[in-house]
Design a protein around this ligand. Structure first.
Ligand SMILES: NC(=O)C1=CN([C@@H]2O[C@H](COP(=O)(O)OP(=O)(O)OC[C@H]3O[C@@H](n4cnc5c(N)ncnc54)[C@H](O)[C@@H]3O)[C@@H](O)[C@H]2O)[C@@H](O)CC1
Ligand SMILES: [K+]
Length: 480
């Protein structure tokens, strides 16, 4: 798993490392890695490095210092470097001296626009991990003039380092070069960071356990159920799906189909859409009611079951079965409106909730807000459940505090029925006995990859997503 650390943890680790490292050494390591990446962006964009024009936007902290030192390294490769100093009196002294020694130019913000308009690449060294809030007006004005590719130093300035919130003027980068470790902004605001490149400055041993995680293909491949020679259809875990209605059978077909595609075990369906489900998926054992569905190792409940008395009884019955439950869509609303249904739950059985922002508001009485990690953690604690908070970057929090952030692959999942497919994936992994947090995080990742594969740059639909699950799993196994 890829680890992600909050900025407070990063700073504490940097302090420990700085105490045992020669002065300026860390910044030079960071800046050398940064310069290499800026040169790569120049080469990709213009076909060369020497003679190209780089403009550095330099703020008053060490982030600007990184940019200035990188400028000095780029001079050695023949790049024409101009530093635009937002606050000349406070620019990093050693960095500015190094740039000047190397033949680089520095100008004030007033003269910035003429250089920015001719740049082949712009380096955003305005602020780094110590800043909060949107860009100040002067920086915002200069950033707004940039047409060239932007390489952000550590993070795109104006985006919150710990929440990824970008609710005011900010930089949007082509590439972000970060140092020592990934920070939350990189996982939570990938659309602002562009390609994220991590430069090793020797920080890892000082960091300790991560605050957040991102699953890598190898993590998913390692836990995704694969039948062994001793397995039969029951031993791999049977998943039950309680979804859809006679009038709206779509949710039932999608959630069941997703479970069929996800693992090799058995899928049961219980509800008013049994005939439609059976017709589409002959391998599913379908019945009209959850009370005669037979044994399962996990239940998916909610999509399309309605929020009335019948839906409530279905949910109550399922919560009382003593097996893990993924409660989605209408089940979330029922729990929000009549939390006493949860009394039917054996406290030891895992529960996964999968709210989008609106459902979150019903569950918690407020919107998730800018800090989506904190929001998911709070809901996980309140409901003693794994909470998968949907969004461009889905956040999965466990009651024990573990948090995974999903890596999106475009926005193709914003399609009707997409959530039904996700819940089917979660249910199959719960039935296979996976830790519920891992099940939800792995399901989210496969779901977004399936979305990208189904779409291939044109819109897809939820049925397309179901069909792309095997391709997503194959790809994950191939790159793991
Ligand atoms: N500490 C270390 O060991 C290392 C730090 N490095 C760099 O240092 C950065 C952190 O540097 P600093 O702690 O000096 O702080 P930053 O460079 O993140 O910025 C803080 C400065 O920005 C100003 N500021 C705050 N909010 C602002 C806003 N909204 N708009 C404009 N200006 C604002 C503050 O007045 C302060 O002077 C990292 O992001 C990284 O780039 C790297 O060189 C690697 C090593
Ligand atoms: K920056």
């Amino acid at each position: 798993m890829q680890g992600i650390w909050t900025t407070a943890r990063i700073r504490a680790a940097e302090d420990r490392l700085l105490a045992v490292t020669p002065d300026g050494e860390l910044m030079r390591r960071a800046a050398f890695g940064l310069a290499t990446q800026v040169a790569a962006v120049l080469a990709e964009g213009t076909g060369g490095v020497s003679g190209r024009r780089a403009v550095l936007l330099v703020g008053s902290g060490n982030n600007g210092g990184d940019a200035l030192w990188a400028g000095a390294f780029l001079r050695r490769r023949g790049v024409a470097v101009t530093a635009v100093l937002l606050d000349p009196a406070k620019a990093h002294t050693a960095g500015l001296a190094a740039l000047r020694r190397s033949g680089g130019r520095s100008v004030s913000a007033v003269d910035g626009p003429q250089w920015i308009s001719r740049a082949d690449v712009v380096v955003d060294g305005i602020v780094g991990i110590s800043a909060r809030g949107p860009l100040r007006p002067e920086a915002a004005r200069l950033a707004g003039l940039v047409a060239a590719p932007v390489v952000a130093v550590d993070l795109p300035s104006g985006v919150d380092p710990d929440t990824g919130a970008a609710d005011g003027p900010h930089v949007t980068a082509t590439r972000t070069v970060t140092f020592g470790a990934l920070k939350p902004v990189h996982a939570l605001a990938p659309q602002e960071c562009g390609v994220v490149v991590l430069v090793d400055i020797g920080l890892r041993p000082s960091l300790g356990e991560p605050d957040l995680y991102r699953l890598e293909p190898a993590d998913i491949a390692a836990v995704w159920p694969v039948p062994g020679p001793g397995d039969d259809k029951y031993s791999q875990g049977v998943v039950g799906i309680a979804a859809g209605s006679a009038t709206y059978p779509g949710a039932a077909v999608l959630a069941s189909g997703s479970a069929v595609r996800a693992t090799a075990g058995m899928v049961r369906y219980a509800g008013h859409a049994a005939d439609v489900v059976r017709a589409r998926w002959p391998e599913i054992v379908a019945t009209g009611s959850v009370t005669d569905a037979g044994r399962v190792q996990a239940w998916v409940v909610g999509p399309g079951i309605g929020t009335g008395a019948e839906g409530r009884e279905v949910l109550r019955h399922i919560l009382g079965q003593g097996v893990p439950v993924c409660a989605d869509a209408d089940a979330t609303t029922i729990i929000a409106h009549t939390p006493e249904v949860l009394d039917a739950r054996d406290p030891d059985t895992p529960l996964v909730l999968t709210p989008h922002a609106g459902e979150y508001e019903r569950l918690m009485g407020r919107r998730p807000g800018a800090d989506r990690v904190a929001a998911a953690r709070e809901a996980a604690a309140k409901y003693d459940a794994v909470v998968l908070l949907k969004g461009h970057c889905t956040v999965v929090a466990a009651p024990d505090g573990r948090v995974a952030v999903n890596q999106p692959h475009g926005s193709w999942l914003a399609t009707a029925g997409s959530g039904d497919v996700l819940t089917g994936l979660v249910g199959s992994l719960l039935a296979a006995g996976l830790d519920p947090w891992l099940a939800a995080a792995a399901a989210a990742q496969v779901h977004s990859l399936a979305g990208a594969l189904a779409a291939e740059d044109v819109p897809t639909s939820a049925s397309g997503l179901v069909d792309a699950i095997p391709a997503a799993l194959r790809l994950i196994r191939a790159v793991a």
